[in-house]
Design a binder for this molecule. Structure first.
Ligand code: BGC
Length: 255
């Protein structure tokens, strides 16, 4: 168990990729703070699963797009566990709206939940890690779309592109403190965010045929990468993004 005794915060931790990350970090021995905004019953259920793995866990309701709520999240984590070793900025949403008709409210929602939360989550994690000493890991869950356009989802791509530069710049700035900042860029993953695609056979066929491995990822296939990056084996990886995308970014029809 490579993360025995470490303390990890996972934002957006009670569903999708976040849920899988919570379980995998717990499997590796970490104690967990599950951040969530809705579905307390899902958090409670997940807490039971983490307990069953032999780890300590708390659920904290905090809207990470608000800095004051992020501060409450950290205060709750430190009150319960005394420290934070691993920060996973995972919370994310998308609107799948064209640049032609995305509203100001949609734009702000996507940017605040995806990018602002990761910026201030990184800031608060780094402040805590510097204060406690010994370094730490900050893992930003971005997307292939930090680099690869997704027409019809421009605000989302913009937020993920911002997370790409957050990862690079904060990684350089925080390196003297032995705080490693890494991005994880998933491709298409079978989670609620992709429900509309999964329910549309034609769209799903199109998506699968664009993926060299021919299928969407399971959330666990992203979570195992996050757990690796949080552990001792990843002590020389920082300021970059590791993609787990089934090859989709390199997909070519061979023409
Ligand atoms: C997006 C999905 C998209 C997938 C692959 C993810 O980041 O949330 O909407 O299908 O990337 O393009």
């Amino acid at each position: 168990m490579s993360l025995k005794g470490k303390v990890a915060i996972v934002t957006g931790g009670n569903s999708g990729i976040g849920l899988a990350i919570v379980l995998e970090l717990a499997r590796q021995g970490a104690n967990i703070v599950i951040d969530y905004v809705a579905h307390p019953e899902a958090t409670e259920e997940l807490e039971k699963q983490v307990h069953a793995l032999g780890d300590c866990v708390i659920g904290v309701k905090a809207d990470v797009s608000q800095v004051a709520e992020l501060q409450n999240l950290f205060a709750a984590a430190v009150k319960e566990f005394g420290r934070v070793d691993i920060m996973v900025n995972n919370a994310g949403v998308e609107t799948r709206t064209s640049i032609l008709d995305t509203t100001e409210a949609q734009y702000e929602k996507v940017m605040n939940i995806n990018l602002k939360s990761a910026f201030f989550g990184t800031q608060l994690a780094a402040q805590q890690m510097i204060q406690q000493g010994g370094g730490g890991r900050i893992i930003n869950i971005t997307s292939v779309h930090e680099d690869w356009p997704m027409p019809g989802n421009t605000a989302y791509c913009l937020s993920k592109g911002g997370m790409r530069m957050l990862t690079r710049t904060a990684g350089v700035e925080l390196a003297p403190h032995n705080i490693l900042v890494v991005g994880v860029g998933p491709g298409a993953v079978a989670t609620p965010i992709n429900q509309s695609t999964m329910q549309n056979p034609e769209l799903l066929r199109k998506l699968n045929s664009a993926i060299p491995l021919g299928r969407m990822a399971r959330p666990e296939e992203i979570a195992t990468l996050v757990a690796f990056l949080a552990g001792d084996g990843a002590s020389y990886i920082s300021s970059t993004t590791i993609f787990a995308d089934g090859g989709i970014m390199q997909s070519s029809p061979g023409l």
